[in-house]
Design a protein around this ligand. Structure first.
Ligand SMILES: C[S@@+](CC[C@H](N)C(=O)[O-])C[C@H]1O[C@@H](n2cnc3c(N)ncnc32)[C@H](O)[C@@H]1O
Length: 268
């Protein structure tokens, strides 16, 4: 018999990263420690981490894979409007604009220095890109403005109380919210993976942040609980492949369909 999973967590702020059904061990595999990327006092380390992420993404095809996931989700829309939150280096948006000849992409991040660097790059003058600062928990756009909102490798940076508004806002401003994030292994395997990473965290800022990311990654049941807490009408489907990044698509049934109508009238 399938166990009933309680998604109606009363105190979402204290929900474990492993979700409401997390095991004893899984509840211990988390931390409140900040990554360099979350700090305002380590500019150089932050810059090194974001450059490594970009290099890693290009070398191992992560940007391409993420861009393909986005394109698949908007396959039936001729000129999709896409919002990237937490774009960091902008690698995903850059790949997206190369792969999709008509997509309009708004490239955003909460960090003004990352936004300035992306604006100064090729993306700043791309005819189908807009680069601007934006907080994923308070999206500056009308309801249903975007066909898709994507937040890649970023949700784990936010504690549950802030991850909830990402679901609320992403499914309000967009027809779909695509979350791509670090995979959270089952607890015993997670212990092994963390033990293998541990020797490198003092050697490399990228490994330091990777180690913390792994401890802060949300499990699928945690993502369902966050979405449910944002609005029980939000539906979450998983596109994750076994032992790979967690990929979730959240949608919310619209009562009036006004978002679609607004977009249709704008495109006429
Ligand atoms: C690990 S980086 C991911 C960069 C890129 N999306 C990728 O896939 O490689 C996380 C990014 O999330 C951003 N971020 C953190 N909190 C945010 C928030 N509340 N709103 C928007 N971006 C946020 C950080 O500034 C950082 O650029």
């Amino acid at each position: 018999m399938m166990a009933h999973i309680d998604r109606t967590v009363r105190d979402i702020a204290s929900m474990p990263r492993g979700g409401p059904d997390a095991s004893w061990l899984d509840r211990r595999l988390q931390t409140n420690r900040l990554e360099y990327l979350d700090r305002d006092d380590v500019d150089d380390l932050k810059r090194r981490v974001i450059c490594s992420l970009d290099r890693f993404g290009r070398l191992f095809g992560q940007h391409k894979k993420a861009a393909r996931m986005v394109v698949d989700e908007v396959a039936n829309i001729p000129s999709p409007k896409i919002l990237e939150l937490g774009s960091g280096h902008g690698g995903l948006s850059r790949e997206l604009l190369e792969n999709h000849p008509t997509a309009q992409v708004t490239v955003t991040d909460i960090d003004p220095k990352f936004v300035a660097a992306v604006a100064a790059s090729d993306l700043g003058s791309h005819p189908r890109a807009t680069v601007r600062e934006m907080d994923a928990t308070a999206i500056d756009a009308p309801d249903g403005y975007y066909d898709l909102v994507v937040f890649s490798l970023s949700l784990h940076h936010l504690p549950p109380a802030l991850a909830v508004p990402v679901f609320a806002e992403g499914t309000r401003a967009g027809d779909k919210l695509l979350i791509i994030d670090a995979y959270r292994p089952r607890a015993p395997l997670h212990v092994v993976a963390l033990a293998m990473m541990l020797p490198f965290i003092r050697l490399s800022p990228f490994a330091h942040d990777g180690f913390i990311s792994s401890l802060r990654a949300y499990s699928p049941s945690a993502l369902r609980a966050l979405a449910y807490h944002a609005d029980p009408a939000i539906n979450v489907e998983f596109r994750s492949r076994r032992m790979r990044a967690t990929v979730a698509v959240a949608t919310r049934a619209r009562q009036t369909g006004e978002g679609h109508r607004d977009r249709e009238s704008r495109s006429r």
